[in-house]
Write a protein that binds this ligand. Structure first.
Ligand SMILES: [Cu+2]
Length: 164
């Protein structure tokens, strides 16, 4: 007598097993695209400093914009109620800007719309993020962590000048 083996069970198993492989593989691919393709990165542990002595730290002694290499700029930024220092940044189009920022008092945010900058600024925690500015124009720098009564006034701007 020949016993017929039904394949139905295997098909159902496959129907569950395949997505259980495909979903994590798809998520891993999305992560790789976000990290390496779109340049989305999370800030790592760039170090902690005493928030009361931010002004003494070599990185934040003189907040401002420094050209570190051709087309590469470093912004050393401090945040406090309710302002960013510097609050106006000028770079030529095509620049990569490395932001080093920290907060001197409470939790602030550093958000630059249409760019991959979305950082929480914690008191005494050094944050780092970088973005490329290719299109000339004016981009707002926004504090997007509620930081008190005048939170809505806490803003700055990045002016991307046409390439000379
Ligand atoms: Cu703020």
């Amino acid at each position: 007598m020949v016993t017929r083996r039904s394949t139905t069970v295997y098909l159902w198993e496959l129907a569950w097993i395949l997505p259980s492989f495909a979903i994590p593989v798809g998520m891993l691919a999305a992560l790789a695209v976000a990290a390496f393709g779109a340049g989305i990165n999370v800030t790592g542990d760039q170090g902690r400093i005493d928030p009361r002595r931010v002004a003494e730290h070599p990185l934040f002694k003189e907040p401002g914009v420094v050209e570190i290499a051709p087309g590469q700029y470093e912004v050393r930024m401090t945040a406090r109620i309710w302002s960013f220092t510097p609050n106006e940044i000028r770079v030529p189009a095509g620049s990569t800007v490395h932001f080093w920022a920290t907060s001197q008092d409470l939790v602030h945010g550093l958000l630059i719309p249409r760019h991959n900058i979305n950082v929480m600024l914690l008191p005494g925690q050094i944050s780092h993020a970088q973005a490329r500015f290719d299109t000339p124009g004016e981009y707002p720098i926004i504090c997007h962590e509620y930081c008190g009564i005048a939170h809505h006034t806490m803003a700055g701007k990045i002016i991307v000048e046409p390439r000379r």
